[in-house]
Design a protein around this ligand. Structure first.
Ligand code: FAD
Length: 452
């Protein structure tokens, strides 16, 4: 992968993707020698060959242009967005494979817009039901309010997607070996032009650009001075009910509000239904993985609630039941570290963990991906630095992310009220008379520059 100055000076215009699957070419406008000091621009002035899988290579330094840490939603969406522009990347994932278990995520129109922009929207739409509206009930089964999404906003699109399918669909867009599994980042040295990355198996890499999509416990964010995300006082049990002969529910989100406990369920596909039960707890509690214990604890919380909910929980295969303490981190202006340091930038939960009360964590990770990639492509085009692109990304994303994280937190706090008097006011006055759908979904309006 060594680049000679001769090569650097003689490369032509524009990005393009060769017809060969194994060979990606990236070209930029011809540079004068004086531009060579632009390590960002110059990193792309050569022919790139598809990289072989990163294997144990103790002592050997592998050189990469763009390394993405984490093959979650943010990492894969970023890799696919880059690839749509003909820009290759290598994704490091600590696990042996994509996350195969897990439940589902509700994606709103902002998420779908991004999935369309990166070319996977229609493939996913075919597999997941469009959700028409939502109904809110009290724990005794009384309907408090219902809404139809398209009555409020014709362009709204809501579907719950299985996380596994979303990840696989994104990963399938990438060339073979673009994702390097069993590649846990353990150490990072952020230098002037390049960043040195050390993996758990001893492999060392140097990267011109590092895009950290390593999730809520991001070691990269920690190394940049971010605090641990903060526990917000409630935990969620979640699962994916399975009905081999077809699930019986209408395509709408069902919420049930109790005192200090709330639950919800939403049909995902003709055979699957996602559910959650959220409960107050003074501490995050121990990590429990035994599914029978998780199921028992969940049922204990909602024992006298609707039989529909209990049935879905009973119909849930063991491997999809999980318990998650909810956390977030607010990006206070001037107090929080910046989203990037030199050539390392944070994306998705690694930067802005938020509670799931608005269903926006993954949607925002998708948004981050396209905005960041557009900025990087602009920097490449204009021969400005990646650092400038990262700052522009942060300027654009921060005003969206910071208020959303706070709002999600406040909504969670209000919905987790356990005082009976307050809950009565909520169920008898606030929800039936004051709540309007428009403001609830206003944050799903999101515009971005097209990738191509
Ligand atoms: C209860 C709950 C419900 C939710 N519901 C919704 C919803 O309905 N709608 C919605 O939009 N969002 C929802 N979210 C939020 C959503 O799950 C997250 O925002 C989203 O998964 C973030 O994606 P990510 O790629 O940033 O992080 P992750 O999905 O966490 O991916 C991070 C990846 O990085 C890898 N990794 C970590 N460390 C390393 C390392 N050192 N080296 C290599 N790889 C590493 C991990 O293995 C993982 O694959 C919910 C969250 C919770 C907790």
């Amino acid at each position: 992968m060594a680049i000679s100055k001769m090569e650097l000076n003689s490369l032509p215009l524009s990005l393009f993707h060769s017809s060969s699957k194994s060979s990606w070419y990236l070209q930029s406008r011809t540079l004068s020698k004086s531009n060579l000091h632009h390590h960002w621009s110059t990193s792309f002035q050569y022919r790139y060959r598809a990289k072989s899988k990163i294997v144990n290579a103790i002592g050997e330094l592998k050189k990469e242009d763009i390394v993405i840490v984490g093959a979650g939603i943010a990492g894969l969406a970023t890799a696919v967005s880059l690839q749509r522009l003909g820009i290759p990347s290598t994704v490091l994932e600590q696990a042996e494979s994509l996350r195969t278990g897990g439940t589902s995520l509700t994606l709103f129109k902002n998420g779908w817009k991004v999935l369309d922009a990166i070319g996977v929207g229609s493939e996913l739409r075919k597999q997941f039901l469009e959700i028409q509206g939502m109904v809110i009930k009290s724990e005794d089964g009384r309907e408090l309010r219902s809404f139809i999404f398209k009555e409020e906003d014709e362009s709204q699109e809501v579907r719950a997607v299985e996380r596994r399918v979303l990840l696989e669909t994104l990963a399938n867009q990438l060339p073979p070996n673009a994702i390097s599994y069993c590649s846990k980042l353990t150490e990072m040295k952020n230098g002037e032009g390049e960043t040195l990355l050390k993996l758990q198996d001893g492999t060392q890499l140097s990267a011109k650009i590092v895009i950290a999509c390593d999730g809520i416990k991001s070691p990269v964010a920690r190394s940049m001075g971010y605090s641990e995300p903060k526990y917000v006082g409630h935990c969620a049990f979640r699962g994916l009910g399975s009905y081999l002969n077809g699930q019986p529910f209408e395509p709408r989100v069902n919420y049930i509000y109790g005192k200090g406990i709330r639950a919800g369920f939403v049909p995902v596909s003709p055979t699957k239904v996602y559910w959650f039960v959220c409960f107050n707890s003074p501490s995050a509690g121990p990590r429990i993985t035994d599914p029978s214990v998780l199921r028992e604890q969940t049922l204990e919380l909602v024992r006298n609630w609707s039989s529909e909910l209990l049935n879905i929980i009973e119909c849930t295969p063991d491997d999809t039941i999980i318990r998650t303490p909810l956390v977030d981190r607010w990006l206070w202006p001037t107090v929080s570290p910046p989203a990037s340091t030199r050539n390392v930038v944070l994306v998705g939960d690694a930067w802005h963990p938020m509670t799931p009360n608005l269903g926006q964590g993954a949607c925002c990770a998708l948004e981050d991906a396209v905005v960041l990639v557009k900025k990087l492509a602009g920097a490449l085009e204009n021969q400005t630095s990646a650092e400038d692109a990262f700052r522009a990304y942060e300027r654009e994303r921060w005003p969206r992310i910071f208020p959303l994280a706070i709002r999600a937190n406040l909504v969670g706090t209000l919905l987790q009220w356990d005082n009976p008097l307050v809950c009565s006011v909520r169920n008898n006055i606030v929800i039936p008379k004051l709540v309007r759908l428009g403001p609830i979904l206003e944050h799903t309006n999101f515009e971005f520059e097209p990738l191509v």
